[in-house]
Design a protein. Structure first.
Length: 372
């Protein structure tokens, strides 16, 4: 026997007509139950909406506390010849090179006064950190200055003058700056951009800044299209790396903090190629001994690792300075101050010597107190 479902009739609020239908036939109003259910649904929705708004309000800081960065700042650039002072009628940001009288340092140069919360190992990363900061709104209309043209200088100036365009390329710009200032090979694209920027230097009074800053947005967005700028330099450093990878040169974990670089025949390996070899070997030295075999004897150059000239470091290993006079005095002739490593050079042999690389490493460890 089937059970029966009894539907209880409900009364219309308007005419008191009793019906089991969803709407009253005589006045088309909703019966009492439907009205109650609709009212309950509306009350429930109001409660949920109120709870949602309360939660949003709890997670949204007051307007005066909301984060505002320097991302949208558009700043002018002025090239200040080396040794001259920054403009005094405006606030100034000194990118890379230290410019006397500048209001705020964005520099990794020795004796810089760059704020700790912005500091990084390259000036480019420092300028990009400014773009993300909410503490320096008073510099949104400052003038950017620099006193020399190089890769880190140009990229940091671009990051400071046009942060909104530069910031999306944070890692690429940092890689290129590290290649330019430290001779590193963090990425292929970074090395390419480094050589592209270096190729923009001119004999103009500003070193090429005006042209470089106008071209950078397109170069960074379409790097492959500018092979005419980076192609020759990138091919050369790839040749050095390939020769070393094929056994015509090498890097070795020599002794102490000194890595031994066996140069390819007849030439000095470019710094990025050496850096890539060191990275792949997992070697993190503070010094390099470069050895070249020449007519049955050896020529040597002794130098700091690429970032070794920077005294204030955040991410890289600090390299104690080399006491060049003490090392040269200890090793004797034909060792003399000098080399081809720019700011990282220490000393070199002026003529070929008979000592094998391992024997020379032992002598250096005894002569250079910072190498062990």
């Amino acid at each position: 026997m089937q059970s029966r479902v009894i539907i209880q009739p409900e009364r219309c609020l308007d005419c008191n007509y009793q019906s089991t239908e969803t709407r009253c036939r005589c006045c088309a109003s909703a019966p009492t139950g439907d009205v109650k259910r609709a009212a309950h649904r509306r009350a429930k929705m109001r409660l949920l909406t109120a709870l949602l708004l309360a939660r949003l309000e709890a997670y949204t800081p007051p307007r005066h506390q909301q984060r505002s960065t320097a991302l949208h700042a558009k700043r002018p650039f002025v090239h200040v010849p080396y040794g001259q002072e920054a403009p005094t009628d405006v606030k100034t940001l000194a990118c890379d090179g230290r410019v006397k009288g500048a209001t705020l340092d964005l520099s990794h140069w020795t004796d810089n006064t760059t704020p700790n919360d912005l500091y990084a190992d390259t000036s480019t990363e420092i300028a990009l950190n400014l773009a993300q900061s909410d503490k320096y709104a008073e510099y949104d209309d400052a003038t950017v200055v620099n006193n020399h043209f190089d890769v880190d200088g140009v990229l940091s100036a671009w990051a400071a003058t046009d942060p909104e365009s530069a910031l999306p390329h944070f890692q690429l710009l940092c890689d290129a700056a590290a290649c330019g200032d430290f001779g590193e090979w963090p990425s292929d694209e970074g090395v390419k951009l480094c050589y592209a920027v270096a190729a923009l230097e001119t004999d103009e009074d500003d070193g090429g800044y005006a042209s470089a800053l106008s071209k950078l947005p397109s170069i960074v967005e379409n790097l492959d299209a500018y092979e005419d700028l980076w192609g020759p330099g990138f091919a050369s450093v790839c040749d050095d790396y390939d020769d070393m990878a094929d056994g015509f040169g090498s890097v070795e974990d020599g002794a102490g903090d000194v890595a031994l670089v066996m140069e390819p025949p007849g030439r000095r390996a470019r710094a990025p190629a050496v850096d890539r070899q060191l990275r792949e070997a997992g070697i993190t030295p503070t010094r390099l001994l470069r050895a070249s075999f020449f007519c049955g004897a050896w020529m040597y150059e002794y130098e700091l690792v690429g970032h070794g000239w920077v005294k204030r470091l955040r991410d890289r290993r600090f390299a104690p300075p080399i006491d060049v006079d003490a090392v040269v005095s200890k090793l004797g002739k034909p060792w003399a101050p000098g080399g081809r490593a720019g700011l990282c050079k220490a000393c070199r042999t002026a003529e070929a010597v008979p000592q094998e690389p391992q024997a020379m490493l032992d002598l250096l460890l005894d002569a250079d107190l910072g190498a062990s």
